[in-house]
Design a protein around this ligand. Structure first.
Ligand SMILES: NC(=O)c1ccc[n+]([C@@H]2O[C@H](COP(=O)([O-])OP(=O)(O)OC[C@H]3O[C@@H](n4cnc5c(N)ncnc54)[C@H](O)[C@@H]3O)[C@@H](O)[C@H]2O)c1
Length: 270
C-alpha cells in the first residue's frame, strides 16, 4: 500500500506555517507531495507553492489572502496562534479564534466531499464544557465584526483570553462536524500540551517555566513542534478518513491522567 496519507497532489492551505508546529507540518506536507499555500504574518521558509503575508486579526488581510487561494481546496490547517501573555487579550482572541473562524467559514464553499479541516486548539481550552454558555454566545455572533465588537465589551474574558480562544476552537470544531459530515467533509482539532516553539519562548518571557511544568505530560517534558506537526498531518490525512468532530489531546497522556484522577485537575477539564 503506497501513499497511505493521501497528500500527493492535494491543495493544502496552512496558517502559521512560518514557525513551530505549522512550519513542521508544512515541511512534511511539501515532502508528501501536497501543493501547499502558506498564510502567515512571518516569513515562511518551507518550499511551499505560495506564501501569503496575512495578519489573522485583520479581516481585510484575510480576505485579500483568500482571493489568492485556489478555487478548490482539499485540506485546511489552522495553526497560527499567539500566547497571552505577552500578546494583549483582545488580539489573542482575534488571532486565535475570530480570524481562524473567518478564514474557515470563507473557505468552506471551496471544500468538497473528502475535504478536511484540522486546527490547533490546546489543552488550555479543554475546560470548554464548564464555559459552554459564554463560548456559544461568542459563536452565535457569526460575523468577524460582530464577534470583534462583542469581545471588546466582555472584560471578564480577559481573565483567560488564551484559554477562551482555544475553547472557542474546540466548540466550533465539534459544532460544525454534523453539517460538514453531510457534505463528506471532516473537521477536527488537536490539543497540544506545552511545546517548544517561538510561542513558548514568548510565553516564558513573562511566565516562568516552573509555572508551566505542572502541565507537562507524564513523560515529564515539553513536546517538540515536530511531534505536534505529525499529529496534525495525521488528522488531515486519509488515515483519519472516518475521524471527525474530534478534539484530540496530543499530550502523551496528560488528559488521561486527569480523567483517571491520577493528577490534580488544575485546568478544570471535564
Ligand atoms: N507551544 C505550545 O506550548 C502550544 C500549546 C498548545 C497549543 N499551541 C498552539 O499551537 C499553535 C502553533 O503554535 P506554535 O507553538 O507552533 O508557535 P509558533 O509561535 O512557533 O507558531 C505560531 C505561528 O503563528 C504565526 N502568527 C502569529 N500571529 C499571527 C498573526 N497575527 N497572523 C498570522 N500568523 C500569525 C506566527 O508567525 C507563527 O508562524 C498556536 O495556535 C498555539 O496557540 C501551542
Amino acid at each position: 500500500m503506497t501513499n497511505v496519507l493521501g497528500y500527493d497532489g492535494k491543495a493544502v492551505v496552512i496558517t502559521g506555517a512560518a514557525s513551530g508546529m505549522g512550519a513542521a507540518a508544512a515541511r512534511m506536507l511539501v515532502d508528501l507531495g501536497a501543493e501547499v499555500h502558506a498564510l502567515d504574518i512571518g516569513d515562511v521558509t518551507a518550499p511551499v507553492r505560495q506564501s501569503i503575508k496575512v495578519d489573522m486579526k485583520d479581516k481585510a488581510a484575510i480576505e485579500a489572502a483568500i482571493a489568492k487561494l485556489p478555487n478548490q481546496i482539499d485540506v485546511l490547517f489552522n495553526c497560527a496562534g499567539v500566547p497571552h501573555p505577552p500578546v494583549p487579550a483582545l488580539d489573542t482572541i482575534m488571532i486565535n479564534f475570530v480570524g481562524l473562524r473567518h478564514l474557515t467559514d470563507q473557505l468552506l464553499p471551496r471544500l468538497s466531499s473528502g475535504g478536511v479541516i484540522a486546527s490547533i486548539a490546546s489543552t488550555a481550552g479543554m475546560a470548554y464544557k464548564k464555559n459552554l454558555e459564554t463560548v456559544r454566545t461568542c459563536l452565535a455572533l457569526k460575523t468577524f465584526d460582530a464577534a470583534a465588537a462583542w469581545l471588546k465589551t466582555e472584560p471578564e474574558l480577559k481573565a483567560d483570553p488564551y484559554g477562551f480562544s482555544k475553547q472557542c476552537i474546540i466548540v466550533y470544531t465539534q459544532t460544525l462536524a454534523s453539517d460538514l459530515a453531510k457534505r463528506g467533509i471532516r473537521i477536527n482539532c488537536i490539543s497540544p500540551s506545552p511545546t517548544q516553539s517561538d510561542f513558548m519562548s514568548k510565553l516564558t518571557t513573562v511566565v516562568p517555566e516552573e509555572a508551566i511544568s505542572p502541565f507537562f505530560p507524564p513523560n515529564g517534558r515539553f513536546a517538540e513542534s515536530e511531534e505536534m506537526g505529525r499529529a496534525l498531518v495525521m488528522m488531515g490525512s486519509d488515515l483519519a478518513c472516518f475521524v471527525s468532530g474530534v478534539n484530540l489531546p496530543v499530550d502523551f497522556g496528560y488528559c488521561a491522567e486527569v480523567a483517571m484522577e491520577q493528577r490534580e485537575n488544575l485546568m478544570g477539564i471535564s
